[in-house]
Design a protein around this ligand. Structure first.
Ligand SMILES: Cc1cc2nc3c(=O)[nH]c(=O)nc-3n(C[C@H](O)[C@H](O)[C@H](O)COP(=O)(O)OP(=O)(O)OC[C@H]3O[C@@H](n4cnc5c(N)ncnc54)[C@H](O)[C@@H]3O)c2cc1C
Length: 384
């Protein structure tokens, strides 16, 4: 749903220009320093990029799902680190609060997240609870007006720099699986919470990902999301269902950028006296990229609109994430091929960096295999 086409056009064209004037020229610097420079983060905050999906009454833009994915497809046409810096606040780091937070929780945290004065993160995964996150063992024990949290979370995006953690923990130790889990808002300043340094990763330099250690962290009961125990996994699934559409859009942007780079290379690189774009086998690689991109874009927009209409999109969200992340992988592979040796040598093009950066998309927020299983589960459920 697009509320005001003119306002959305202005937002999208502002992002389009920002990506080209600010993000593209800074990509090498981000890679070198392994962080997004503070002045660029401040610029993104000033432009309101942290608050896209936070309701207007809390200082955000309150974008609908369709508006959000259109913005995301623009903002992600540059190195992943830029959008990942704001991405937890526009996605998994604020969505639990938006979906299920109490009035106090929303008033306390959402304005800070919207302005980028706080960086949010979403801490679900544990060393022994990945694809089956409902096996998590981080515990939350009630003690008077507080809960005491103990456990460890791994692979948490923005953990090394986050100020606020949405932590999924087990409040009912004897209730296995999803039903015993609750969601908490844990501030970095709460004693007992520590984070690791960022991991050394295959790609996505400039986007810190690390561990969260909870060692007897005393969290006030008012920070239990929604104020009710046992609802944490339901909240997490609401977050992830929306995020899957959002992430599918964030897979489409880099694919658009890679194709743009490959088109430029194919038209400027000559072999046998001709631009390589003239060779039909190269043309086929590029045409297949465009086909994948258009299919992903159409699927993302269609699913976003269905969510805005209030429809159950559990099946479609999985299809979106699965298709767009796999499509982005195919595009990356073909674009490296179009670049030839220059696609492999970092001194000669940045396409190899994109190839490494986007490999993560098929792994996090549900691996491709988990989405295949979920798609099948939803199809069988619908038939029954
Ligand atoms: C850089 C990065 C950032 C991340 N950010 C976050 C974050 O911000 N917050 C967060 O909570 N988590 C985050 N994650 C965690 C991510 O969501 C998990 O890594 C992912 O869900 C897979 O879990 P796993 O790594 O434990 O793999 P595993 O579950 O061990 O899977 C290993 C392999 O087994 C397959 N497999 C597992 N179970 C099944 C099954 N039932 N059927 C078929 N195949 C199966 C998988 O598809 C995969 O191929 C992040 C991960 C990374 C690497």
């Amino acid at each position: 749903m697009i509320r005001d086409p003119k306002a959305l056009d202005a937002l999208i064209s502002g992002v389009h220009d920002w990506v080209r004037s600010t993000a593209h020229p800074a990509e090498d610097l981000v890679d070198e320093r392994d962080e997004v420079p503070a002045e660029i983060v401040a610029d993104m905050a000033e432009r309101g990029y942290f608050g896209w999906s936070i309701p207007e009454e809390y200082g955000g833009l309150g974008l609908t799902t369709e508006e959000l994915v259109m913005g995301a497809m623009e903002l992600s046409q540059c190195a992943v680190a830029f959008r990942a810096r704001v991405g937890t606040n526009t996605g998994i780091g604020s969505e639990a609060l938006v979906a299920d937070g109490t009035d106090w929780q929303k008033r306390t945290y959402l304005p800070l997240l919207a302005k980028g004065e706080m960086t949010g993160s979403f801490a679900l995964t544990e060393p022994e609870a990945g694809s089956d996150a409902s096996a998590l063992t981080t515990s939350a024990r009630r003690d008077g007006d507080d809960y005491i949290l103990d456990g460890m979370k791994c692979y948490i995006t923005n953990a090394p720099i986050a100020d606020l953690f949405t932590v999924m923990a087990r409040t009912a130790p004897d209730t296995p699986g999803a039903r015993g889990v609750s969601a908490f808002l844990v501030e970095r300043t709460m004693p007992g919470l520590t984070t690791s340094a960022g991991y050394k990763m295959m790609g996505q330099r400039g986007s810190p990902v690390g561990e969260v250690h909870l060692d007897g962290v005393r969290v006030p009961a008012r920070n239990l999301i929604g104020g009710e125990e046992g609802q944490g996994f339901r909240t997490a699934m609401k977050v992830l269902n929306k995020q899957r559409i959002h992430l599918a859009a964030l897979c489409t942007g880099p694919a658009i950028r890679m194709l743009d780079m490959a088109m430029h290379h194919a038209e400027s690189r000559h072999q046998s006296g001709r631009a390589i774009a003239d060779f039909q086998l190269v043309a086929a690689l590029l045409a297949d990229c465009r086909t994948d991109i258009e299919a992903a874009r159409a699927l993302v927009l269609q699913t976003a609109r269905a969510r805005d209409q209030g429809r159950d999109i559990a099946l479609e969200a999985s299809i979106c994430k699965y298709f767009a992340s796999e499509a982005c992988g195919r595009v990356a592979d073909r674009c490296v091929q179009v670049f030839g040796g220059a696609g492999y040598v970092a001194n000669h093009s940045s396409i190899e960096r994109y190839y490494r950066d986007i490999r993560l998309f098929r792994l996090y927020e549900g691996t491709s295999q988990i989405h295949q299983l979920n798609i099948m589960k939803q199809m069988r459920r619908a038939r029954a």
